[in-house]
Ligand binder design. Sequence first.
Ligand SMILES: [Ca+2]
Length: 377
Amino acid sequence: MRIHSNDERSTFVLSKLPQYLNGYGGRNTVEFAPNSTVSAVDLTRFINVATVYGPPSSHKVTGNVQNMTYVQSKDNPAISQERIRLQGDNNTVIAMGGSDIDLGAGDSRIIAQGIPKNAKGGAGNDLLSFQFSPLQGIHMAGNTLSTIPATSESGHMDGFEFVQLSEGNDKVEALPTNSEIQVLDLGGGNDTASIIGRSNFALLLGKGRDSVTISAQSTYNNLHIYGDAGPKRIAMELQGQDNSIVTRGSNNDVRLVGSVATDNSAALALGGANNQVELIGDLAVDYHITRDSGAGVIRDDAKRSKPLHVVFRGTLTEDDIKSTLFLPIGTADPVEVRFSIKNENGAGFTDTLTIYTWPGANILCSTEGDGKTFRPN
Ligand SMILES: [Ca+2]
């Protein structure tokens, strides 16, 4: 059987697999009829077809295709046994839970509706997305995936550089230290993440009231956390260098704990006002602050010998900064260093950063506006 169509947007409803089907122009769709008994689908038989809805009885899907979306049939529970083996770039598989998918070479994605039994990204940059999944939470231990709360649903994943969660309130635990994940995107919503730190990794918190714990099982560097609007509560155990936390909303609560095993460093740029930072142990911190940052507080536990570097960003110059030092009254009291930033119209100082630290603490300041470096007095 050979089928040709000249329509811009055609839908072909098939009961059997054609020798080939060419949709020509437009974005064409292939569907299999509910009574179709096709058990193996070769996607290369569909030319100029953007989307294929799988047959209800399929067990095997293959093809070296590009820019194609394959949607698993929802109607047949046997579909959870489906084996999908693709090659090529920019393909999308919309998969029900339990499926067995290998995206092969090329950059492609799985939009998962549940935990896949087996998901392989293969070579290229691949995305495993739970953006539209009804799951409340995902647990990743090694390369094993399971649900939170725990059910019998579990699966295997590897070869995914990007993992994406939903716009709802997600929960994610652990992170496979032996996987290729570079970016974990929690999406919007009030998310909770408990993650083992790994190098060259970005955690995107999106909007919402998120709560994150990063623990260290071994040294890691270049772990970066980005938060959009909404208060973030972040506890991070550092064991390595060049890590960072950047947020855009106010009322963040950040706790950094430095491991004794390594030199530790992190840069903080917390958006908005009323940020609370706690520094535990020996770690170098660059704290970035801008005008209109409101009040912020840094509490230092005194064990740190590495510098705390306050970087005044934007047009701020040394003349815009006033520092005040309050010496401790009792031996158990901290030194208080308070920075105030001059208003834009020059009428007084308002936005303040208060640092509670200890005598001898290494505090350094610099301004972007005039490029000066100074110490508080
Ligand atoms: Ca989310």
